[in-house]
Write a protein that binds this ligand. Structure first.
Ligand code: SLL
Length: 152
């Protein structure tokens, strides 16, 4: 294997969640209050599967099978629930890369920051979102992986 000496190459990602309140019958069936989706995506929804092999989302232990492994895009998990918690996101890269998985943390957000009901109520059905932008930097990548990154 050959590494690209002195070279760094980066790829942007967006990760985080959106959430909407459950309404009507669905809300009555359980103690769940929201539907939410956590995702790892490319910017402008660019396909990231050429460098991301799979993404593991570790949910709160109150969920069944809390370790959700997503093997193909979209790299996301949708669920319903009642509470906010930290999600551990583990991004596994294309095996060609020889890179170790990258761990990120996201605090699942269900509630808007400002519930200032008097002057500025959050519209009932407007999704609450919390997304972070990040750049994954590959230092001295293996040449084959570097080529894959360049070609996409
Ligand atoms: C809290 N520390 O107390 C947090 C934990 C856990 C949320 C929140 C479970 C859903 C299910 C669910 O919503 N857990 O029943 O599968 O707020």
């Amino acid at each position: 294997i050959k590494r690209m000496k002195g070279i760094s190459i980066s790829r942007p990602i967006v990760y985080g969640n959106s959430a909407t309140p459950l309404q009507g019958k669905k809300a009555g069936d359980s103690d769940h209050t929201h539907r939410w989706t956590i995702s790892v995506r490319g910017v402008n929804n660019e396909d990231i599967s050429y460098f991301v092999r799979k993404v593991a989302f570790k949910l709160h232990d109150t969920y069944e099978n809390p370790n959700r492994v997503i093997e193909k895009p979209p790299f996301e998990v949708s669920e319903t629930g009642w509470g906010e918690f930290d999600i551990i996101i583990k991004i596994h890269f294309n095996p060609v890369s020889g890179e170790k998985p990258l761990t990120l943390y996201h605090h699942l957000k269900l509630h808007p920051y400002e519930e200032d009901g008097l002057s500025n109520p959050w519209p009932k059905q407007k999704p609450v979102t919390s997304y972070s932008y990040d750049e994954i930097v590959f230092n001295e990548p293996i040449d084959n992986f570097y080529n894959i990154l360049q070609e996409n």
